[in-house]
Structure formats: structure tokens, C-alpha cells
Design a protein around this ligand. Structure first.
Ligand code: OOG
Ligand code: MG
Length: 255
């Protein structure tokens, strides 16, 4: 275990993401702690290129996602400014390896939040909530990975679109979600699929960042996790999410 070159693996995963080229699954067995260390080192490479840290994403917070990927532990990853796609903007398929999209909910943080908090305490730290689409892109060949592989690969973070921000008083319990490709429904879900209530994902986010010695900062965005299985992106399509009580967001996919 001690012979794992964390920096070399971080560099390899960062290069795969930056160059939009697939890399083989990690050949060595690594611990979860080492996987998060690789993730942190790979993000430091992005920050060194001028990207800013803008929040975190939670993963495998719904059964649908766990079943699709065969991973049953919650994971998290870091979001940077380069991953933010403006609502309504276009992305280019060639900038990714094999991107997929999934419907999510986003929280905007108003006050520092970290550690073991209750759902009301977490909600009190929220400035606003919004519908969101996460563009995930595993840097691993065939989009296949183990738990530690995906954590090292920043939990497949590659892009995200956030819709209009709404009052944190918006009740997030069991809101219908429809993700469409060119107006045709592609996936149906509910915010209740996210740990029963998306706020539980924020509670978990506060705990995991604290375990990493960090905290959620004012202005941070937290993605609660996909409510449905992810769908592969197709060039020439318009992807949209219609979320009950939250509104819509979307983006175009170019070649
Ligand atoms: C890992 C990322 C999981 C989610 O919302 O559950 C995730 C993956 O599926 O590649 O983003
Ligand atoms: Mg996700």
C-alpha cells in the first residue's frame, strides 16, 4: 500500500480529464483514504491552472445511481469554476471522454457549515436551492470503476448546470423531476430518491468535508446527487430538466 505514488496517479487522472482521453482502471489496490488524497492532489493541479474551488458534489445518494454503477457507498468530489456550464449554454462532446447527465438539486451555501449537523441546522446555512443537471464523465475506460477508482477520479465530476435559485423555504420533499432530450422525457424521478430528502445529502456533505479537514463556505454550491440513473449525452441534442416547484434548466450538446 505504501508504495502507491499518489502524485503520479493524480497527474494521470488529471491529464485524462484535461485531455479528454480514457485511462485504464487503477492497477493497484488503494485505500479509500489514498483515493481521496489522489482526488485532492488532482484538484490542486486544476487550481494551479487557475481554476477556483466552488463547492462539492455528492455521489451515490440514490438507489438508482448505486444500482447503475454497482457501487453502494456514498462518495463526494470537488467542483471547480471550470466545471460550471451556464444555464442554456452549449458544451462540446469532444471536450469529454464519454459524458452522461443526471438530474440533481443544488444548494447555495450562505454560512460556513461543517461537521455533524441536523437537517434544520443544515437548512439554516442555505442561501438558495435550484434544479441542476450534473454532467459526469468517468476518465476510466468503458465508464467502469471500483469505489476507490471513482473517488480518485474526483467522483466523475466534469460539469454542471444550475437553474434559477429559489428561496431555501422551497419544500424539497418529493418533487417530480423530468429530464428530457430534445423535449422527449429521458428519465423521471423524484427528489425523494436522494436519501429520502435532498437535505440529508447536505447533512452528509457537511460531515464528509469536516472529515477531510475542510468546510462548506459561503457561496459554495453543493450538488445533492443524481435522482435517477445517468443518460449518455448525444451530439446535437438539447438536454433539459423540469423540476416541480424549482423550475427548469438545460444545455445544448455539440459535436
Ligand atoms: C460517479 C458519480 C456519482 C451521483 O450523483 O450519484 C454521482 C458516477 O456515477 O460516475 O455523481
Ligand atoms: Mg451526480
Amino acid at each position: 500500500m505504501n508504495t502507491v505514488d499518489l502524485n503520479a496517479l493524480a497527474q494521470r487522472l488529471d491529464a485524462a480529464a484535461h485531455g479528454a482521453t480514457a485511462t485504464p482502471q487503477l492497477e493497484q489496490a488503494i485505500s479509500l483514504e489514498q483515493a481521496y488524497a489522489i482526488q485532492k492532489l488532482s484538484i490542486e493541479r486544476r487550481l494551479a491552472r487557475g481554476e477556483r474551488r466552488i463547492g462539492i458534489k455528492m455521489g451515490f445518494t440514490s438507489r438508482a445511481k448505486m444500482v447503475q454503477m454497482g457501487v453502494s457507498d456514498m462518495i463526494w468530489g470537488r467542483l471547480t469554476s471550470a466545471m460550471l456550464v451556464e444555464d442554456g449554454a452549449a458544451i462540446r462532446l469532444r471536450d469529454y471522454v464519454h459524458p452522461r447527465v443526471e438530474p440533481e438539486v443544488a444548494f447555495l451555501i450562505a454560512r460556513p457549515l461543517a461537521g455533524r449537523v441536523t437537517a434544520p441546522q443544515a437548512l439554516a446555512a442555505v442561501e438558495a436551492v435550484a434544479p441542476a443537471l450534473e454532467i459526469i464523465d468517468s476518465r476510466y475506460r468503458d465508464f467502469r470503476f471500483s469505489l476507490t477508482d471513482v473517488v480518485a477520479d474526483n467522483s466523475s465530476s466534469s460539469g454542471f448546470v444550475v437553474g434559477p435559485w429559489r428561496s431555501p423555504a422551497t419544500d424539497l420533499d418529493n418533487l417530480g423531476l423530468v429530464m428530457s432530450f430534445d423535449g422527449r422525457p429521458q428519465a423521471f424521478g423524484s427528489t425523494a430518491a436522494i436519501l429520502g430528502h435532498p437535505l440529508r445529502s447536505l447533512v452528509a456533505a457537511a460531515r464528509v468535508v469536516a472529515e477531510a479537514g475542510e468546510r462548506l463556505e459561503p457561496g459554495d454550491i453543493v450538488l445533492a446527487g443524481g435522482a435517477t440513473a445517468a443518460s449518455a449525452l448525444i451530439a446535437g441534442t438539447h438536454v433539459s430538466l423540469e423540476a416541480e416547484a424549482l423550475g427548469r434548466c438545460g444545455f445544448h450538446v455539440e459535436e
